[in-house]
Design a protein around this ligand. Structure first.
Ligand SMILES: Nc1nc2c(ncn2[C@@H]2O[C@H](COP(=O)(O)OP(=O)(O)OP(=O)(O)O)[C@@H](O)[C@H]2O)c(=O)[nH]1
Length: 333
C-alpha cells in the first residue's frame, strides 16, 4: 500500500508496441526546452542495447537494462536501478552525485506495463521515493489495429495508458484514423488521446500531469462514457465508470473489494478513483492494478464541493452487472 510523501520523484512510463515511436518520443522529450533534468531508464529486449545509441541528449543519465523484458525477468533490475538512482540523487553513492527532477522509463514494445507500474506500489522503498506520474502509450496508427487483434500486450498498453499518442498519422487516411481512435477510446475512456507525427507533442501534455494519482479528479462525464455509437464489441478490454453521491459504508466497500480482487483481480488491469466514505471528512483515494490495491485518505472535502464517489475500472471481460450491483450495495444505510 502506498503512502503519501513530500515531493516524491515523478516517474513516467513510456510504452507502446514495437516500432510505434517510443524512441522518437524520448528523443523529442530529451531535446525539448523544458529545463528539467531527466533520468532515463531504457529497457530492451535482447542483448545489445541499440536504443541507447539512438537516444540523444548528453546531459541525461541513461541507465540501460538488457537481457530480458522489463515486465518479466528483470523487475528486480528495475527496482535496483531505481534504488541506485535514489542513492545517486541523495549523494549516498560515493562520488557519483547527480540531480534529477524526474524519471522516464522506456519499456520494450513487448512489455506488459502492469508489472512496471506495480513496482511503484509494491516495493515500499520505491513507493516512498517515487510516484508514478503517468503511463504514456505510443500507438502506431498504421499497425495498431493488427496489434490489438493479435496481442494481449498491445491491449494492456492501451488499457493502461493515461495518455495515448496516436502516432504516424501521416500513414493512414482520416477515416482509418477516426476508426482507430474510436476503438482506443472504447477500450480506455479515461486516457487523453493526442494525434501526432514523429511523436511530436508538447512535453507538458505528457510530463508532470499527475494522471496516475488522481490529484486531478476524473474529468470524465458519465454521459460521455455511456455513449454507445462508436462501440466495437470485438474488443474484450473495456472501462466502466461509477459515480455515487450518497456516502459509502467502509465495511461494505472492503467486502466488495475483497471479493472483487479475489474473483476478478486478474481481469481488472487498472482502477482509480475517489470514495466518499460515511463518517470521513477526507476523501479516500483508491487505485490499483490487478490484485494490488492502494487506498489512503487524501485531503478534506472542500466546503464548496459535493462529496462524491467516482472511479473507473479498466479491464477485460468485465461483468458490468456484477460490478454495478456490488457497488450499489456499498451505499451506507
Ligand atoms: N511515417 C512515420 N514514421 C514515424 C513516425 N514516428 C516515428 N516514425 C518512424 O518509425 C520508426 C520506429 O520509431 P521508433 O521511435 O524507433 O519506435 P520505437 O517504438 O522506439 O521502436 P522499438 O524500440 O523497436 O519498440 C522509425 O523509423 C521512426 O522514424 C511518424 O509519425 N510517421
Amino acid at each position: 500500500m502506498s503512502t503519501v510523501q513530500n515531493n516524491p520523484i515523478p516517474v513516467t512510463v513510456l510504452t507502446g508496441f514495437l516500432g510505434a515511436g517510443k524512441t522518437t518520443l524520448l528523443n523529442h522529450v530529451l531535446t525539448a526546452n523544458h529545463g528539467e533534468k531527466i533520468a532515463v531508464i531504457v529497457n530492451e529486449f535482447g542483448e545489445i542495447g541499440i536504443d541507447n545509441q539512438l537516444v540523444v541528449g548528453a546531459d541525461e543519465e541513461i541507465f540501460e537494462m538488457n537481457n530480458g523484458c522489463i515486465c518479466c525477468t528483470v523487475r528486480g533490475d528495475l527496482i535496483r536501478i531505481l534504488n541506485d538512482l535514489k542513492d545517486v540523487k541523495l549523494g549516498r553513492s560515493g562520488t557519483r552525485k547527480a540531480d534529477f527532477d524526474r524519471v522516464l522509463i522506456e519499456t520494450t514494445g513487448l512489455a506488459d506495463p502492469a508489472p512496471v507500474a506495480q513496482t511503484f506500489f509494491v516495493d515500499p522503498e520505491i513507493a516512498d521515493f517515487y510516484k508514478l506520474d503517468a503511463v504514456v502509450t505510443v500507438v502506431d496508427a498504421k499497425h495498431a489495429g493488427q496489434h490489438l487483434d493479435d496481442g494481449h500486450e498491445a491491449q494492456e498498453q492501451v488499457a493502461f495508458a493515461d495518455v495515448m499518442l496516436l502516432n504516424k498519422t501521416d500513414l493512414v487516411s482520416a477515416e482509418e484514423l477516426q476508426q482507430l481512435e474510436n476503438r482506443l477510446l472504447n477500450m480506455n475512456k479515461t486516457a487523453k488521446i493526442y494525434r501526432t507525427q514523429q511523436s511530436s507533442i508538447d512535453v507538458k501534455q505528457i510530463l508532470g500531469i499527475g494522471a496516475f494519482d488522481l490529484d486531478k479528479k476524473l474529468e470524465i462525464e458519465p454521459e460521455f462514457l455511456q455513449e454507445d455509437h462508436h462501440h466495437h464489441h470485438d474488443d474484450h478490454v473495456t472501462s466502466l465508470f461509477f459515480r455515487e453521491t450518497r456516502p459509502l459504508d467502509l465495511k461494505k466497500v472492503e467486502r466488495f473489494i475483497n471479493v472483487w480482487l479475489q474473483d476478478h483481480g486478474v481481469d481488472t488491469f487498472r482502477y482509480k478513483g475517489i470514495l466518499n466514505i460515511k463518517g470521513s471528512k477526507k476523501r479516500v483515494v483508491f487505485q490499483g492494478i490487478h490484485m494490488l490495491l492502494g487506498a489512503f485518505p487524501d485531503r478534506e472535502w472542500k466546503t464548496n464541493e459535493e462529496p462524491i464517489s467516482e472511479f473507473v475500472i479498466i479491464g477485460r471481460n468485465l461483468d458490468e452487472n456484477w460490478f454495478r450491483q456490488q457497488f450499489a450495495d456499498c451505499v451506507a444505510d
